[in-house]
Design a protein around this ligand. Structure first.
Ligand code: ZN
Length: 400
C-alpha cells in the first residue's frame, strides 16, 4: 500500500508541475510516472468504487459525460478524454468519489475491465478508425469478446448496442447482457458475419445471418420516436442535435437504470446538456458564428452529415493528419461526402487539399481556403465539421 500511496502522490505532483510549467493538463504524464512506481495502480485506485466503463469507436466522450451528468452529484471521470490507463490513473487520483465513469480506448477495454472491476460496461459501436494505428475492427471485436468471456466477475452488466453485429458478437457470451435497440446507420464494417464470414442480411431494423447469429430479441431499451427503457417511456428531449446523440443518451440512461438510478431525474439532467467538451458548441470567430462538430472517422462523419440542415447552406470542414488523427487521410474516401451535394464546402486544415480532392470526386462544390481573411461573411450559424486536432485548433482559436 505504501508503494501505491507514493505512486498517487507522484501522479499529483507531476501533473501539478506540468500544469504550472504550461506543459498541458499533465494527465497522461503523471499517470505514466505513477504506473512506473506501482504498475497495478489503476486496480488499487478503483477498488471498492462503483465504476461504469464506456467504450466504442464513436460517442465515448459524449456518453460518458451523459452518465456523469445523469448520475448527479460528484462523479470521478476522465473528462479530458485521456482514455488509456495513464489517463485513468490521473482521473482516479484527482478525485476520490465512490462513483466513477471512465471512457476507455477500444484497444484497452480488456485490461481496464480486469483492473477496474466495473459494475457496468457500455459498448456503443465498432467501426473503422485510424487503421494506420489501430487494430482491424474485427480483431477488436474478437478481443472484446475474449476479455468479457474470461472476465472473473460474472456479475458485470454489459449494456450493448443490438444493432451493431460486432458489438453483439463481443457481448453475446456475457451472462448479463442488456440489449439496446438504437438507430445505427453505419453497417459498412459489419456486412459479413463475425462468426462464419457469410453475408449478414440487414432487413429494416433487423439483421441476421444464415448461421443463426442474429439481432438479439430480448431488448431492454428501444429508441424510436419515443425512448422506452424496461417498459417505461422516458421523456428524452435533448438540447444537443442528432440521432446519434439520442442513441448515446439511451445507452447512458440504460447504464444508470441498471445501477438503480431514478430515470425521471436522470433524463431531466441529460436533456439539459448543451455541449460536451466543446462539441456542438456555438462559437464566434472573425465575425462568423460557428457550430463546432467533431467527427474523426467515416461513421462519425456519416452521423454528423445527417444532422446538417438541408438548406444548401455553406459548410466548413477542417481536416488535419497529425498523430492523434492518424497520419493517413485515406479514410476521407469512406466518408459519404456526396451527401453535401447542393452545399458549398469550404476546406480548411493542413490536409484541405486531400479533402478537396475527395469532394471533387464526389462532385461536391468546394473552395480551398488558403487565406481565411477573404471568407464571405454570413449572418447564419455555419456548421464546422472538424477531425480531432483540427477541432481542438478551432475550439482554442474561437470564442464563446
Ligand atoms: Zn454467420
Amino acid at each position: 500500500m505504501l508503494r501505491q500511496r507514493m505512486a498517487s502522490v507522484a501522479v499529483r505532483t507531476v501533473n501539478r508541475v506540468s500544469r504550472l510549467t504550461g506543459n498541458g493538463s499533465g494527465t497522461v504524464i503523471g499517470g505514466r510516472v505513477g504506473m512506473k512506481i506501482a504498475p497495478d495502480l489503476v486496480a488499487s485506485l478503483a477498488r471498492g468504487r462503483s465504476t461504469i466503463l464506456v467504450s466504442g469507436t464513436n460517442g465515448k466522450t459524449t456518453t460518458t459525460s451523459m452518465i456523469v451528468v445523469g448520475w448527479g452529484g460528484e462523479v470521478t471521470t476522465n473528462e479530458t478524454g485521456s482514455n488509456m490507463p495513464a489517463g485513468h490513473v490521473a482521473a482516479l487520483v484527482a478525485s476520490k468519489n465512490d462513483r466513477v465513469a471512465l471512457e476507455v480506448d477500444e484497444a484497452w477495454l480488456g485490461e481496464t475491465l480486469r483492473s477496474t472491476r466495473p459494475k457496468v460496461v457500455v459498448l456503443l459501436n465498432l467501426s473503422r478508425d485510424q487503421l494506420d494505428r489501430a487494430n482491424e475492427v474485427r480483431h477488436l471485436a474478437e478481443r472484446w469478446r475474449n476479455a468479457l468471456e474470461s472476465h472473473v466477475d460474472t456479475s458485470v452488466v454489459v449494456i450493448a448496442n443490438a444493432n451493431d453485429p460486432l458489438v453483439v458478437y463481443a457481448a453475446e457470451p456475457c451472462a448479463n447482457a442488456v440489449w439496446c435497440d438504437v438507430p445505427t446507420t453505419w453497417i459498412a464494417d459489419a456486412m459479413s458475419c463475425p462468426k462464419c464470414t457469410l453475408a449478414i442480411s440487414h432487413v429494416g431494423n433487423s439483421w441476421h445471418c444464415n448461421c443463426g447469429f442474429a439481432k438479439p430479441v430480448n431488448i431492454t431499451s428501444a429508441l424510436g420516436d419515443e425512448l422506452v427503457i424496461d417498459g417505461a417511456t422516458i421523456p428524452l428531449d435533448l438540447s444537443m442535435p442528432g440521432e446519434f446523440n439520442r442513441s448515446n443518451a439511451t445507452m447512458a440512461l440504460t447504464a444508470l437504470h441498471c445501477l438503480g438510478i431514478d430515470l425521471d431525474e436522470a433524463v431531466r439532467r441529460v436533456n439539459a446538456i448543451h455541449s460536451v467538451v466543446g462539441r456542438f458548441s456555438v462559437r464566434r470567430w472573425n465575425g462568423h458564428t460557428l457550430r463546432l462538430l467533431l467527427a474523426k472517422n467515416p461513421s462519425g462523419f456519416a452521423a454528423m452529415l445527417a444532422t446538417l440542415p438541408e438548406d444548401g447552406s455553406d459548410i466548413w470542414v477542417a481536416i488535419n493528419a497529425r498523430v492523434a488523427d492518424g497520419h493517413d487521410p485515406s479514410w476521407l474516401y469512406d466518408v459519404p461526402f456526396e451527401l453535401l451535394r447542393g452545399h458549398r464546402v469550404y476546406c480548411f486544415g493542413e490536409r484541405r487539399l486531400d479533402l478537396a480532392t475527395r469532394l471533387d470526386y464526389g462532385q461536391v462544390d468546394y473552395v480551398v481556403v488558403d487565406d481565411d481573411t477573404a471568407l464571405p461573411t454570413s449572418k447564419e450559424t455555419i456548421s464546422l465539421l472538424a477531425n480531432y486536432t483540427a477541432f481542438h485548433d478551432w475550439l482554442a482559436g474561437s470564442e464563446p
